[in-house]
Every structure is written in C-alpha cells, then in structure tokens.
Ligand binder design. Structure first.
Ligand SMILES: [Zn+2]
Length: 103
C-alpha cells in the first residue's frame, strides 16, 4: 500500500476516524438493499429541548425500489448517539453493509 492508498483509506475509514460524521447503515425493508448514509454532526443536527440533538434522514436505495426509509437519531450534548428509530427498514452494522456490498 503506497502513501496515497494509505491516505485514501484514512479518509474513507468510516466512523471510527470520522469525528464530525456519524455513519448509519440500514437494510431496506422491502428489497433488502444495504444503504449507508452520513449524518454530519455539525450541520445535520437540530437542537431539541434539554440540550440534546436530533437528526432525521430519509434514505432511498439506488435500485428500482423507491421505498423511503426514515431514520430518526438522537444525540446527547457530546454528540454521542443516545437513541435511534427506523421505519421502513432495519439497522445493520458496518460489517453487514460491507458483506452485502461485496456479495
Ligand atoms: Zn428497497
């Protein structure tokens, strides 16, 4: 792996190294497509009462299925995830997403 590859993998390394973003991985409840999306912890969050944050995302897969997957995330004052809900799909892990992508 040369320097550029190393840099690229650092930039694309996912949420562990992404300090300003939170990655969500979901599986469409209708067609099973794995979808990922990034929530920007500084631009996508709206402040609720009591000082915590909320982010809503609507995800649509890239295949022919137009199911809308609604994701609602709650973060505490330190921008750490404190709650999550999903309608139209299921949360999966980054590993499950990678496995679905490469199959
Ligand atoms: Zn779908």
């Amino acid at each position: 792996m040369d320097f550029l590859d190393t840099l690229k993998s650092l930039l694309e390394g996912g949420q562990a190294r992404d300090r300003t973003g939170y990655w969500i991985y979901v599986r469409c409840g209708r067609c099973g497509e794995a979808i990922k999306a990034r929530v920007d912890l500084y631009n996508d969050l709206s402040i609720r009462e009591k000082g915590d944050f909320r982010a809503n995302k609507t995800l649509v897969g890239s295949r022919r299925c137009f199911e809308r997957i609604e994701v609602m995330l709650t973060f505490n004052q330190n921008r750490r995830l404190s709650g999550r809900e999903i309608v139209g799909g299921d949360f999966i892990t980054a590993g499950e997403f990678e496995a679905a992508e490469s199959s």
